[in-house]
Write a protein that binds this ligand. Structure first.
Ligand code: PPS
Length: 581
């Protein structure tokens, strides 16, 4: 695809009729007005957008989320949550909300305007606040995701990392969030539709992905395009996907390589700055609306579209074809045609790919899962050509060299006095004795002197503490190091979040130091239990504050049953069994 200038065409709050029905609304002001608003924004309350909010803002401003004209107010929010519609009845399945903390919301005057800024402080838009409301986030999780299980990344985000107050209102766009990577592959709906028009592409089938694409994806997309007589738009989400996914830089290099394997002028690539919620069927509906806004006439929905995998009990969150069913139900109203597709599988005996539904008993079906692919990359084992193209393998191997030491985090959690820090020190000594890998220790007390200085012991502060530890650990792991963390970490949600942060780059090994409360209390080295019993310390874990016992940690050790040396040996033994030490 030829590069399309990536600058934004400023427009009045714009309403363009889409080729396939519906209205595209761009929310950018014309440049002179935007300039004036930018100057005025300095005197307004300032809100720094997090990554999800930034992605949402970009797609609100450029019309990717048409017909929305801002963040949802209460009436729209309630109806979206309850029945996937805006208050006026328009189909819209995912709540697009601006969450803030109570302190920020409390200082807003009636009819306030706020400046929405990126992390550098650049004002991107002004929100005129019509509505300030307290959502029921548990009810939202249940309705939107169908679960309150925090192993679902969308649920964990909503319950643990979303502010308690939502602000609804209309947006005036000042400028688009700046991007410095792959700029020629980033297009607004207006740009993309203009490109289609210029190239005479009238029927366009869009394909969504958050993974590197291999031969099965190529076969699927080619067949889908052929089936509906359309050109193909490969539009991967690059805003924020599931923790642990291959980073988007690597993915985009893979997509570009793969594009060379499509017939000439049949397929094009454009990056979507979408913050995925992994919301399965509802999310698939949302993806279809977005693709309509970008000018596609058709949208491919495969197996388990936008599914986050399995729940805490190992069962899939969504039925594999639930998204296809939901979209079929709403297809007429959507304004974009749905192309449902079964999974494509490789039949070795025929040396070809075919839809799973066409496989016979005689076929020798082969597949390589994501986990198996990662294993082969790590071990340097061959990745067969039937699975993917050599140029794609080359890119993946450059990013994940064989035998590169894998970073990992040892996350000790347990009551105060359970022996976490002592055990962590013993394991550290063993690791340094036997190897030369860099190890970073993030001990509870130590962290609170530096990284988390100023935080207290409220639930919010404890969660913030664990998120910071998780973040630093994930950076250590990302660079191939070992992070040893030893906080109390009493809340399961925060532990899951730390796990997700780390697992984007390597293994997360949760070690529950399960020494019983009576033993911890009898040790009382710091005299804190006595102070807590006497009411001199409030909210002390195990006394008048909860400790949520880990359900399925990688390891559990009770230092009242074994010596510290024995416990450290058990940890090291486990690490050896996993080829980590
Ligand atoms: S948390 O909940 O994970 O953020 O706690 P953490 O940062 O690991 O706590 C570090 C030490 O703080 C001391 N301390 C308390 N612990 C629990 N509850 C309350 N209210 C509290 N106030 C102070 C306690 O000694 C923790 O250290 P350890 O090493 O666990 O004894």
């Amino acid at each position: 695809m030829k590069a399309i200038a990536a600058e934004i065409v400023s427009a009045d709050v714009d309403a363009l009729v889409l080729p396939h029905g519906g209205v595209l609304r761009e929310l950018y002001l014309p440049s002179a007005e935007a300039e004036a608003l930018k100057r005025r924004s300095a005197s307004l309350p300032q809100w720094t957008l997090n990554q999800r909010q930034l992605c949402d803002l970009e797609l609100l401003l450029n019309g990717g989320f048409s017909p929305l004209q801002g963040f949802l107010g209460r009436a729209d929010y309630d109806r979206v949550v309850a029945d996937m519609r805006l208050a006026d009845g328009t189909l819209w399945p995912i709540p697009i909300t601006l969450d803030v903390d109570e302190a920020f919301a409390a200082n807003l005057p009636d009819g306030a305007q706020i400046s929405l800024n990126d992390i550098q402080g650049t004002p991107l838009a002004v929100l005129t606040v019509d509505d300030v409301y307290f959502p029921d986030r548990v009810a939202e999780a249940r309705a939107v995701f169908g679960t309150t299980d925090r192993t679902h990344p969308g649920v964990a985000e909503l319950l643990d990392r979303t502010g308690p107050v939502y602000l609804g209102g209309r947006l005036q766009g000042i400028q688009s969030p700046p991007h410095y990577d792959f700029t020629t592959l980033r297009h607004s709906p207006r740009h993309l539709r203009e490109w289609f028009r210029q190239h005479g592409w009238h029927r366009i089938v869009a394909f969504q992905t958050r993974n590197p694409m291999h031969r099965a994806h190529r076969e699927l997309t080619l067949r889908a395009a052929e089936q509906v007589g359309a050109k193909l738009l490969i539009q991967p989400s690059v805003g924020r996907t599931k923790p642990g996914d291959v980073d988007h830089y690597t993915r985009v290099r893979c997509y570009r390589a793969l594009l060379e394997h499509y017939p000439k002028d049949h397929a094009t690539l454009s990056l979507l700055p979408l913050a995925m919620r992994m919301g399965g069927p509802r999310e698939a509906l949302w993806h279809a609306i977005i693709r309509k806004n970008f000018g596609a006439s058709h949208f491919i929905v495969g197996r388990d579209h936008a599914g986050p995998g399995n729940d805490a009990d190992g069962r899939p969150f969504y039925e594999p074809y639930a998204a296809q069913d939901l979209l079929a139900e709403h297809e007429k109203e959507l304004g974009i045609r749905i192309v449902p597709f079964p999974a494509m599988v490789y039949a070795a005996n025929r040396d070809t790919y075919l839809p799973q539904t066409e496989v016979s008993e005689l076929d020798e079906v082969r597949d390589i899962s994501g986990t198996e692919l990662r294993r082969r990359l790590h071990s340097g084992e061959a990745i067969p050509e039937w699975f993917t193209f050599p140029d794609v393998v080359k890119i993946l191997r450059e990013r994940h060299p064989a035998h590169a030491p894998q970073g990992y985090a040892l996350f000790f959690t347990g009551l105060s006095g359970s022996g976490k820090s002592t055990l962590a020190q013993a394991v550290l000594a063993r690791l340094l004795e036997t190897g030369s890998r860099p190890v970073t220790v993030l001990d509870g007390d130590e962290v609170r002197r530096h990284l988390s200085k100023g935080l207290g012991f409220s639930r919010e502060d404890r969660d913030a503490n664990i998120t910071r530890i998780g973040y630093v650990a994930s950076e250590v792991v990302r660079h191939g190091g070992i992070a040893i963390c030893a906080p109390i970490a009493p809340y399961a949600g925060a532990r899951i979040e730390a796990r997700q942060l780390v697992q984007s780059h390597g293994r997360f090994v949760e070690i529950h130091v399960s020494t019983p409360l009576e033993v911890c209390e009898s040790r009382d080295r710091k005299g804190l239990y006595a102070a807590a019993r006497a009411g001199k310390i409030k909210g002390f874990t195990g006394i008048d504050d909860p400790y949520e016992t880990p359900v399925s940690p990688e390891l559990r050790v009770d230092t009242s049953q074994v010596t510290v040396a024995e416990a450290a040996e058990r940890v090291c033994e486990w690490l050896r069994s996993q080829a980590l030490a």
